[in-house]
Design a protein around this ligand. Structure first.
Ligand SMILES: [Fe+2]
Length: 489
């Protein structure tokens, strides 16, 4: 949530446009005096705080949230503390950027909405809190129950690749199966391209409706992707890609003061516990110098047992699929940092397929991969996953530089350990002391890929494949037809 006053924002926004007939809007898209699109976000200090953001129509000005320690009592809510919300006005039809105003054709007739946010602070670690948010006076959400992070001990989280297409109709079953599989997850990580059109209110309506109350009870870590950017034209008439203003309005995420403001709520570190640091990198930019400097310094300071880096774009991209000369640039900017700081997991999306890769001192290849149960020395693990209805072919199982070479991507020193086509997936990751367990599930809740990593006191890691990693590989050739996904409803 970008912080500025409603009054000022209203003065800056355009006069109300003549609205089109709103009766065509689905009820789950239209803003009202009631709070909706309610989401909890992980803060930089998740042991003692979490954030909440919600939406109303533009007539709801100052409003509040309430929080109380959850209890088994019927009236657990007695004694709840009231917290004043920050309110931001967002004109859906005219996007205001550093380059000026532009019309948003996606949202004609939708006018202005208000996003409200609070950061619940001074909370106790590993404690279940009940909280609710208000729209207009007396118009309350239900009470949600959300747990703060523990200082140490077991952590479970869910990681999704791109939702992006057919979000309400198709991605809904993926996030809901994730909730059925790991309903006790501490947080959910969305690795970019949550939607197809970052400025489309309809797309975001789909994303929030698909996740419904799950977004509120399990705090989210959203990572910006290229589809959360929009095209604007600066004063010189030059095309620029900037983050959609919707992003900062509808999420409340850490503001890294060491980075330029343009990165706030897009790139951030979360010191989740003594056992886990998470670094969210904004890879949907034209250059990566500032990101790389920040990430290098942030990783240097990390003392957590496990480090997870997440960014939308992976370092390994078949040139035939997404190669635009960019991916080698990202690989050069960030991959040395993974090795330098012995990052454990790199979680990405963008490629609309599933691929799990590993780098190690003694790079092993697919053909000599260890049999189930045999530990292998390991350094960094790289995952590409997709949760939505758009799916692309994978590269050849052993990356063949004669096919994918062309200087765009360097696969050397990597092993591609498990792939899947035509398979939306979600991943559940458990961390418990020196043990990390990873399972990738299909939308039907079946484990498709799994491994566990043991880390000893010196930081040396070994990986043992799960038996699921040896099941039949899913390809387009042995699964059902994959039809067009762009306008799935
Ligand atoms: Fe993408």
């Amino acid at each position: 949530m970008r912080k500025f006053l409603v009054g000022l924002a209203l003065m800056l926004s355009a006069p109300a446009l003549a609205h089109e007939d709103r009766s065509e809007l689905p009820h789950w898209q239209e803003a009202s005096a009631w709070p909706d699109r309610i989401i909890a976000n992980v803060t930089a200090e998740p042991q003692t705080s979490f954030a909440a953001t919600w939406r109303t129509d533009h007539q709801v000005g100052r409003t509040i949230a309430q929080i109380v320690k959850a209890s088994a009592d019927t009236r657990f809510d007695v004694g709840a503390i009231t917290v004043q919300a920050e309110t931001e006005s967002l004109d859906l039809e005219r996007v205001t950027t550093d380059f000026g105003n532009m019309n948003t054709l996606e949202n004609v007739g939708l006018g202005t909405v208000h996003y409200h946010s609070v950061v619940f602070e001074d909370l106790e670690p590993d404690t279940l809190y009940a909280w609710r948010v208000q729209g207009a006076r007396g118009k309350w959400s239900e009470w949600f129950q959300t747990r703060t992070a523990a200082e140490r001990g077991p952590i479970r989280f869910v990681y999704f690749g791109d939702a992006q297409n057919g979000i309400r109709s198709h991605w809904s079953r993926v996030i809901r199966m994730a909730y059925q599989t790991a309903g006790d997850a501490d947080f959910m990580l969305h690795a970019g391209d949550l939607v197809q059109k970052g400025d489309s209110d309809y797309n975001w309506a789909e994303w929030f409706d698909a996740g419904s109350f799950i977004h509120a009870v399990i705090p989210a870590i959203p990572v910006p992707g290229n589809h959360e950017n929009i095209t604007v034209y600066n004063e010189a008439g030059e095309r620029e890609r900037v983050r959609t203003p919707v992003w900062r309005a509808q999420f409340t995420l850490p503001e890294e003061k060491g980075l330029a403001e343009t990165y706030w709520e897009s790139a951030y570190k979360i010191a989740y516990s003594d056992d886990l640091d998470i670094f969210v990198v904004d890879s949907a930019r034209d250059d990566f110098d500032e990101m790389a400097v920040w990430l290098d310094a942030a990783l240097s300071e990390s003392t957590a047992k496990w480090t997870v880096v997440t960014m939308h774009h992976p370092f390994f991209v078949p040139e035939t699929m997404h190669g635009r000369g960019r991916d080698m640039v990202r690989q050069k900017a960030f991959m040395p940092l993974m090795k330098k700081h012995d990052v454990d997991l790199v979680l990405t999306g963008h490629i609309h397929t599933y691929g799990r890769m590993s780098a190690s001192e003694t790079a092993f290849d697919r053909t000599s991969r260890q049999a189930s149960g045999t530990p292998t020395d390991i350094e960094t693990l790289y995952v590409i996953s997709a949760a939505g209805a758009k799916n692309y072919p994978v590269w050849s199982e052993v990356p063949d530089t004669s096919i994918y070479g062309d200087g765009q991507t360097d696969f050397s020193g990597l092993s591609v350990d498990r792939v899947a086509e035509n398979t939306p997936m979600f991943q559940v990751i458990d961390i418990d002391g020196g043990e990390l367990r990873y399972t990738a599930y299909t939308a039907t809740g079946i484990a498709y890929d799994a491994f566990r990593v043991h880390q000893d006191e010196t930081g040396h890691k070994t990986l043992v494949e799960g038996e699921q990693a040896f099941g039949d590989t899913r390809y387009f050739s042995n699964t059902s037809e994959h039809l067009d996904w762009i306008d799935l409803r």
